[in-house]
Design a protein around this ligand. Structure first.
Ligand SMILES: Cc1cc2nc3c(=O)[nH]c(=O)nc-3n(C[C@H](O)[C@H](O)[C@H](O)COP(=O)(O)OP(=O)(O)OC[C@H]3O[C@@H](n4cnc5c(N)ncnc54)[C@H](O)[C@@H]3O)c2cc1C
Length: 400
């Protein structure tokens, strides 16, 4: 990779990582009437080949158990629905493709059924359209499922399903650049902190760039960037497998994003289908380990699919990939906001499997922090770094 040099030696904001989070922060900042500073986005791999953003399944859901996560996703739904007007009404900005097939969580034991019922009450209280369905109701609505072992499911067809996060990312990057943010192919290899302030970053090419605020948007590697500043961050890369497959016997209706009790999930993918799962042994992996387990499809995914949806006895994999979650081992949720002492170091890390849908609320929130010193719309403080220091998990039971 040939790295470039920055145009200036000092920026108001340096963003480490230019994928969906870094670009969301960059775009919201350049769009803010209350911020007119300079922005440098440093990206070590502008092809984004290994970024979580390039390996995503690109879905959003209202089915969380915590009000704040529900509100964060509700803003995603609003942002996606009114994408062009949020992007300033530019007629070149496309409508974002969406498919509200909903998530279908299936419970085959009483404990998980109780969790789904409790979560449905919370979701309904905050305006989500989630319904609990009995096995018979699921079978009536979606006859292709085998529901013999199923107690109930929870399902929501409002603002829940696939959305085109890739196009959202492209436009954030494009517009942030047009608005003056500088994207630089380079790597942040050191961070200098003095008197409880980040003073500068050092690039792989040797230049030192001073900054008013540093935003850590470096995905699974965010622990390394935090370390450069002297902080610990409980985030590690965890592998997740995805398969796109074709079925000889296609379903005659749209397949919701089905969370099977086996841990395999599957959804419609525009004529084909997408399935995914974690490895059986789910531990931290090397940053460059994207190897597929050669047996996981035959041994785990296909049997689970054929059991739940008998029409999937005859299916053929078209594409497969492994991607990394930036997995927060404390509570699987984002760490966002300033370090309590070095308050010009801003975290945007640890999104696990729900970062794409959280990116609009995260970019907006971080831009408010930089421009105003505090959140102006949705208060994200309970997702801050303080809880990590205190080791008090943010409670969210609906994790995939
Ligand atoms: C298989 C899979 C399925 C998923 N499905 C969904 C889903 O359905 N819905 C959902 O909402 N979310 C989903 N996610 C999660 C979502 O994709 C991620 O949370 C999100 O993409 C994270 O974006 P990011 O910008 O934080 O990280 P990344 O996309 O990983 O970007 C970080 C960037 O930082 C750069 N970088 C790292 N270190 C440095 C450095 N020192 N200097 C410069 N640059 C650096 C990297 O090169 C990289 O481009 C899924 C993730 C995976 C892996």
């Amino acid at each position: 990779m040939k790295y470039a040099s920055p145009m200036m030696r000092s920026y108001d904001v340096v963003i480490v990582g230019g994928a969906i989070m870094g670009s969301s922060a960059a775009w919201f900042l350049t769009d803010s009437a209350d911020f007119d500073g300079s922005i440098l986005v440093v990206e070590r791999d502008p092809s984004y080949e290994f970024a979580s953003t390039s390996h995503t399944n690109s879905c959003m859901r209202q089915q969380f158990s915590n009000e704040l996560n529900i509100r964060i996703s509700q803003f995603a739904a609003e942002f996606v629905r009114d994408f062009r007007s949020f992007m300033g009404g530019d007629p070149d900005v496309p409508d974002l493709a969406v498919n509200h097939f909903g998530y279908m969580y299936l419970a085959d034991d009483d404990d998980f059924a109780a969790v789904l019922r409790q979560n449905q009450l919370t979701q309904e209280a905050f305006g989500a359209g989630t319904k609990i369905m009995s096995a018979a109701e699921i079978k009536a609505a979606y006859p292709f499922y085998n529901v013999e072992d199923i107690i109930c499911g929870s399902h929501n067809l409002v603002d829940e399903g696939y959305f085109d996060g890739g196009t959202m990312f492209e436009w954030w990057r494009r517009k942030a650049r047009q608005n003056g943010a500088e994207y630089l192919a380079n790597e942040v290899v050191d961070v200098s902190v003095a008197h409880n302030q980040v003073e500068s970053v050092t690039l792989a090419t040797g230049e030192t760039v001073s900054c008013g605020t540093l935003i850590n948007a470096s995905g699974p590697r965010s622990v390394e960037v935090a370390k450069l500043a002297g902080f610990t961050l409980p985030v590690e890369p965890r592998k997740r497998y995805t398969f796109i497959f074709d079925a000889a016997d296609k379903l005659d209706q749209t397949l919701p994003l089905t969370i099977d009790p086996s841990g395999v999930h599957v959804r419609d993918d525009g004529g084909a289908y997408l399935a995914g799962c974690p490895p059986d042994v789910d531990t931290a992996v090397a940053y460059d380990d994207f190897a597929m387990d050669p047996d996981v499809w035959e041994d785990k995914v296909w049997p689970a699919l054929a059991n739940r949806i008998p029409a999937f006895e005859r299916i053929k994999v078209q594409t497969r990939w492994a991607g990394h979650y930036a997995y927060n081992t404390v509570d699987h949720n984002v760490v966002v906001g300033p370090h309590p002492e070095v308050n010009n170091f801003v975290f945007m890390n640890g999104f696990s499997g729900h970062g794409l849908q959280q990116s609009p609320a995260m970019g907006r929130g971080v831009s408010e922090l930089v421009a105003h010193g505090s959140y102006q719309t949705l208060d994200l403080s309970s997702l801050g770094y303080e809880r990590i220091l205190a080791n008090v998990p943010f409670v969210e039971t609906a994790i995939i």
